[in-house]
Every structure is written in structure tokens, then in C-alpha cells.
Ligand binder design. Structure first.
Ligand code: DAV
Length: 366
């Protein structure tokens, strides 16, 4: 029997990874946790249903580009099993008219050492998304005797989990920024809620973004669940829609992080990096002024790269400024045409979930 699951960070040599699939993807109906993410003037407001088939096929083509690159580099790639996401769902606590997608895996699966944990997402439409990964989890479980197959406590997602009317009125950008600065987000603290993409793994330390998709109770839950790790809450006051850390604060190798220049880590939270001689560099400007059509994310998916090892990184093919900067920072850059997968939930890092990276649990902040 082999060791199949092992990953402690985002930069050690990658050997096995999950890449999502766009099949059957939906634009989900509005619900208490999601409506705030769709800007009032977006073409997606008030619209839900199956995503147009041509965009699904094109998104899948982009993911195939990524799979080919990974395989040519000797990385083993696993794929989820999509469900019919247009089915209505219900629990004793809520009903929702549809699910969403199995993109991106990074939001759902958190790998810490030999454990992969399905997350506790706050979106009702994502409540059953983990099922797409269960066949893979069972396979890892059968083949790797040390693999820990885990599900975080499932949130109930009753109306008490959300602040209602949080974004009902037309909220200006300034007001959104004030709310971010005040750490006033759409979720309440009645239970732990978190997206795996809010968790940045750095060996003994987990840096977790407090924002629209992850609450404070989740941080407390993580600290008790992993007593041997140190959990740090981080937040980025320049972000009007703080969802996921991986287009904001992205490590490239031990000692080097790129930080979104409009979402700077506050001075007091920088101290731990500075004290340990880590360099925090402003990320390059995105090459685009707008995200692609029907996309929830910002143009900063430019910095959402996939590090293959401390010297090699995959960057989106059209993001020429980000590529140039990576090159100057001493990385070998592999471009990958992925932009048309962005509408399905994200860039290169989002679209993947770690299964195996070499290396163990190091202390980078002694
Ligand atoms: O900048 O819109 C996207 C992160 C997706 N995982 C952003 C964050």
C-alpha cells in the first residue's frame, strides 16, 4: 500500500492533484450567503440556471490544458465525478432550488498532511458539492492506510446563519470597504462556516482569511481541531468582497509571498512574516480590466497561480505582467490558457486541490 495523500503547503514539489470539472454547472439562485457577491450592476443579478453549454465545453477545454501540462510534468491528475447540479436540495433546515458545480475543488477540500477534509461552506447551493469528490476519497482511503478522510462539522445554514438584508439596499463600494474594515460580514457566528480556499497552509501555521465565506467561529474550531498547529486570522481591508485568500496573498516558496497591492495585509499582521525574514512583494497588475463574462471573481485571478515546486509556477497564459514578475522573482513560468474556466469559480490554484506534495510539516515561523 502506498502513501497517496500528503501536503503541508502550496509550494513543495507537487506529485498528485485534483482538477475540477465544469460539467452541469449552474448559476445558482440567490440565497442569503451569495447575493452579496453578485454586484448590483452585474449581468448575473437575478439570473439563475444552467450555464450555457458552449461555455461549459470551453471551460472544460481549459481544464484539459491544465491537465496536459501537469501530466507532462509527471504530476498525477484525478478528476471529480460531477452530479446533476440542477437538482433542488433540502435538509431539515433549508431548501434550495439548485446546487452549483464541482469547480473549484480548492473551496471544498482542505489537505493538511495525510488528511483531506471537506469544508463547511456557507453557501446552501454548495452543501452537497463534496459528493463529487467522494469516489476519489474512497479510492485514497482504500489505497493509503494512513489517509484520514474527514468531514468538518456540517453547518445547519438556517436563517440564523446569516445577517438578513445585509446587502439588500444598494451599497456603495465605500460602504463595502467600511464593512470589510469593521469585519462586518454576511455570516453570523452561530456555527463554524468556512471555505477551504480561505485557508493558507504553511506547515505548522494556518493563515485563515476572515471574510464573507469564513467566520471567526471557524478559526476557533480550527485551533481546537489542530492543537499542534497555529491558527492566524488574517484580513485584507482593501477588498470589498473578501472571498478566498488565493487571489490576495499567495506564497511562491519559503520566504516569498506576493500580496495583492489593493488588498494589503495590515502592518500588525505582517510582523510574523517580517520577523522571520519573509519578503512580501506587491503582485503585478492584472492584464485585464474586466473579468470574463458570467464570472464571480475579480481580475486578480491573475495572481491565482499553481506552484509546482519552489522554482516552477503555472500562470494564466494571458497574464503577461504576472508572468514577467514571476520570472524576475526567479521562477520558471509555464503559461496555461485557462481564462475561460474563470467563470466556473476561479483560476489555476482554485481549479485544483492538493493530494500529494513532497515534504513534511516544517516550522517556517519559529
Ligand atoms: O479576487 O475575486 C477570487 C478567489 C477565488 N477562489 C477575487 C477572489
Amino acid at each position: 500500500m502506498a502513501k497517496i495523500v500528503n501536503s503541508w503547503n502550496d509550494w513543495d514539489p507537487l506529485k498528485r492533484v485534483i482538477v475540477g470539472r465544469c460539467d452541469n454547472s449552474m448559476i445558482p439562485p440567490e440565497e442569503p450567503a451569495t447575493s452579496e457577491k453578485v454586484p448590483v450592476d452585474s449581468e448575473m443579478r437575478g439570473m439563475w440556471g444552467l450555464r450555457p453549454l458552449a461555455t461549459v465545453e470551453r471551460g472544460n477545454e481549459c481544464l484539459e490544458n491544465l491537465v496536459k501540462i501537469l501530466e507532462s510534468r509527471g504530476v498525477q491528475v484525478d478528476r471529480p465525478t460531477p452530479l446533476q447540479w440542477n437538482q433542488a436540495i433540502g435538509t431539515p433546515d433549508f431548501r434550495n432550488d439548485s446546487m452549483m458545480t464541482c469547480m473549484p475543488p480548492r473551496d471544498i477540500l482542505l489537505t493538511v498532511g495525510n488528511e483531506i477534509m471537506a469544508s463547511a461552506n456557507s453557501f446552501r447551493c454548495r452543501y452537497f458539492e463534496y459528493l463529487a469528490y467522494w469516489p476519489l476519497m474512497k479510492q485514497y482511503f482504500d489505497e493509503d492506510p494512513e489517509f484520514k478522510w474527514t468531514q468538518a462539522p456540517r453547518p445547519r445554514l438556517t436563517d440564523a446563519s446569516y445577517k438578513h438584508n445585509y446587502y439588500d439596499e444598494k451599497i456603495s463600494l465605500e460602504e463595502r470597504l467600511v464593512r470589510t474594515a469593521n469585519k462586518d460580514f454576511v455570516t453570523t457566528e452561530v456555527e463554524p462556516m468556512w471555505d477551504a480556499a480561505d485557508v493558507m497552509r504553511m506547515g505548522r501555521d494556518l493563515f485563515i482569511q476572515h471574510g464573507l465565506t469564513t467566520n471567526r467561529t471557524a478559526m476557533e474550531w480550527f485551533q481546537r481541531y489542530y492543537p499542534e498547529l497555529r491558527v492566524h486570522a488574517v484580513n485584507f481591508p482593501g477588498d470589498p468582497y473578501p472571498i478566498h485568500i488565493d487571489a490576495t496573498f499567495v506564497p511562491l516558496r519559503p520566504g516569498l509571498i506576493i500580496n495583492n497591492p489593493v488588498r494589503q495585509l495590515p502592518e500588525e499582521q505582517r510582523a510574523i512574516f517580517e520577523a522571520n525574514d519573509w519578503q512580501i512583494v506587491d503582485a503585478a497588475q492584472p492584464a485585464h480590466d474586466e473579468p470574463p463574462a458570467l464570472c464571480y471573481s475579480s481580475v486578480w485571478l491573475s495572481m491565482n497561480c499553481l506552484v509546482l515546486d519552489p522554482k516552477t509556477v503555472i500562470v494564466e497564459a494571458s497574464e503577461v505582467y504576472q508572468q514577467e514578475q514571476m520570472d524576475k522573482l526567479g521562477m520558471n513560468v509555464i503559461p496555461c490558457d485557462l481564462r475561460d474556466a474563470y467563470p466556473f469559480g476561479g483560476g489555476l490554484h482554485c481549479s485544483t486541490a492538493d493530494v500529494y506534495r513532497e515534504g513534511g510539516c516544517e516550522d517556517y515561523f519559529p
